[in-house]
Design a protein around this ligand. Sequence first.
Ligand code: THG
Length: 277
Amino acid sequence: MFETNLATTVSSATQTVTITRDGPVVMIGERINPTGRKKLMQALQDGNLDVVRRDAKAQIEAGAGILDVNAGVPGADDVALMKQIMDAVREVTDVPLCIDSPNPAVLSAALERYQGKALVNSVNGEEKSLTSILPLVAEHKAAVIGLAMDDDGIPRTAEQRLRNAYKIVERAEQLGIPRADVIIDPLVMAVGADTEAARITLSATRMIVQELGVNITMGASNVSHGLPDRQVLNGAFMALAIACGLSCPITNPLIRPVREAILASNLFLGHDEWAMN
Ligand code: THG
């Protein structure tokens, strides 16, 4: 169905996950992220990691293949907190991790500690991001998510997002990071704020897949921000995005319509033999 489908492997000490459009969608569980989650934020501020352990377990049971971990608590020591979160997750599961931080010091410390090949979330096309994040990724032989934005912000056109993706891949390759280890996020904006938002993301996805062959991720639930019936919208958008080439969404696997859209998409794209799932 697609031209080139590069395979990204990520691993922990004991498990390897392969992301490719030639296989089923890999869910990156988003829930270990205090942004917008008051209870988790409070628990982390109190030094209570029980919610993290519970969220890790629940997401794995719901089918997540990778867990995103984010330690973004305002005023907290995010380097120390990221280590605590990684340790807490390790107590309940050993799936590969997606280390989610804008802070190079957090990424560096987390990669230093991590056993395996992590996914770094994220670099973008801004010069200061390219020069601070990509060398860390190269040094640790990690994989990386590249956001299709640059110094001018998030482009309104699919063409400019493709150019940003191209730039990130090029700069990664210059540092010896294989193209297969770069996963592009074409960026999802709220369709409630801009009628064209979803279509721009879907077009960018198709173009990036066609031109670069790389894996695609996105925080797909952004699409429904501010609208009613979010779960229905998120499920439908998920199926459309997978048809366009999305291979590893960052999502909440506990939301039924989203999980169901992913399972159904796997079946229809030939990645669920005899519909066993
Ligand atoms: N791309 C990449 N990384 C990302 C995002 C992305 N990381 C963060 C985010 N976006 C995806 N992760 C989350 C994590 C938690 C929540 C949403 C996205 C969350 N939201 C609350 C909820 O759904 O109930 C409420 C949020 C709100 O609507 O204010 O918990 O796009 N590469």
